[in-house]
Design a protein around this ligand. Structure first.
Ligand SMILES: Nc1ncnc2c1ncn2[C@@H]1O[C@H](COP(=O)(O)OP(=O)(O)O)[C@@H](O)[C@H]1O
Ligand SMILES: [Mg+2]
Length: 220
């Protein structure tokens, strides 16, 4: 089993969106997946509530560090944990990272998002020797390939590990929480194609990263 924390000490970077859509793709791919909402803001819970029984994964809200410390006892292949983006809820975030095997750190192409990312990696991820990848998210295609490449260079120059794949900005992704939908529910139309492609690519990349990395001692 793997416990994946989606983290970053900044709001609005795509933690909740990444948790819901990557979990959906990996659940449809045959994994038993649990999504845990450890963010007191409860966005994931609201989204999952709108989706109801149709979601391809199980779901549980829990911000209690004692419960989060015991996630590994649960019968799943993958547990994705959505975490708080504010600096106050550090005991919850610490409990999640103490149990996690892997961390996904979404990054939007906004200069003001860089410092919180670096701080999260240096203060919370690296001290725990956790494997992680930065996920470039919400990419505005109108800014062009050079803009994206500049940002890949910024992440690389900071010495941070990142996914080779990224997630573009798409209206279907923004609208989906309202109807409780996740990317695996999208019909294969022109406006949905980028989101379907991007989340599938990132999920495949995750599986190839994990195929080369042993799970933590004690894990099943
Ligand atoms: N790839 C994307 N395409 C379109 N909208 C996105 C994308 N990623 C995130 N968003 C939007 O950005 C906002 C913040 O995302 P959210 O997942 O709530 O971030 P966080 O959980 O880090 O606060 C939401 O309105 C969400 O719909
Ligand atoms: Mg969120």
């Amino acid at each position: 089993m793997r416990i994946v924390a989606v983290a970053g000490q900044k709001g609005g970077i795509g933690k909740t969106t990444s948790v819901m859509n990557l979990s959906a793709v990996l659940a449809k791919g045959g994994n038993r997946v649990l999504v845990v909402d450890a963010d007191g803001q409860r966005s994931t819970t609201w989204w999952a509530g709108n989706g109801g029984e149709d979601l391809p994964f199980d779901f549980a809200p829990d911000v209690d560090p004692k419960n989060l410390a015991r996630l590994r006892e649960l019968p799943y292949d993958l547990i994705f944990v959505d975490t708080p983006g504010n600096l106050e809820a550090t005991s919850t975030l610490s409990a999640v990272l103490d149990s996690a095997d892997f961390v996904i750190l979404p990054l939007v192409l906004d200069p003001l998002a860089v410092q919180p990312l670096v701080r999260t990696v240096k203060s919370l991820v690296e001290p725990r020797h956790l494997d992680y990848r930065v996920l470039l998210n919400n990419i505005d295609r109108r800014r062009g390939d050079a803009h994206l490449q500049d940002w890949e260079g910024i992440v690389d120059n900071l010495g941070l590990a990142r996914f080779k794949n990224h997630v573009r900005k798409s209206a279907s992704v923004t609208d989906a929480p309202l109807t409780g939908r996740v990317v695996t529910d999208y019909t294969d139309t022109r406006q949905n194609r980028a989101a379907i492609f991007d989340y599938n690519s990132v999920a495949l990349e995750l599986q190839s990263i994990w195929a080369n990395a042993p799970v933590q001692a004690g894990a099943i």
